[in-house]
Design a protein around this ligand. Sequence first.
Ligand code: SF4
Length: 218
Amino acid sequence: MTKAKTSKSLTCSECGTRNCARRDQKFPAFCLTESTDPKQLKTLVRQLRGNSLDARMARASAEIEGEHYSKATRVEEIVLFAKRIGAKRIGVASCMGLIEESRLFVKVLRAHGLEPYTVVCKVGGVDKTEIGLKEKDKIRPGGHESMCNPILQAKLLNAKKTELNVVVGLCVGHDSLFFRHSKAPVTTLIVKDRVLGHNPAAALYTCGFYYKRLLNPE
Ligand code: SF4
């Protein structure tokens, strides 16, 4: 631990015990479980015992984790989750670059009796310069290049009253906008990483050597 780290800056990422998971060790002095107001925690737990969407989602997610731990793929887990929370209309917020993956996913959803509705990121076809970007900011300057339109994606899915939305490869930030504007709960099937085959964790697994620049920014 560096000297610069005061107990105020210590959080779960610096915890050596992770005692909140099994409660068979000691909590560290800076523990976020220990500093949580017990009343607030009790209220939250009580709310999750009920029949609200939050409660059903919390239980469905934990049940799937328990029943299918390391057996179900994420595609299967999404199908299980949708069914368990009673969501039939499934929105697919897809990146244009991953539309083939979305087409396959939609087939899977239909095979399980679900009703997918896909909206691609370039929906609306608005040129990037319309929102103030410069021609030089385009990937290929000099021609029409549509902006990603995650807010419209969310609004179109909201209008269809989807009950669960699934993100397939939206860009960093565009996904944030989608999450902000989606009325239905959102889960992610694919996290886009154009360099690492959509496996962003690989940068972390290799930052001890190949990607050490991540830890040593200039
Ligand atoms: S909540 Fe407490 S015990 Fe759990 S990881 Fe964070 S600091 Fe560690």
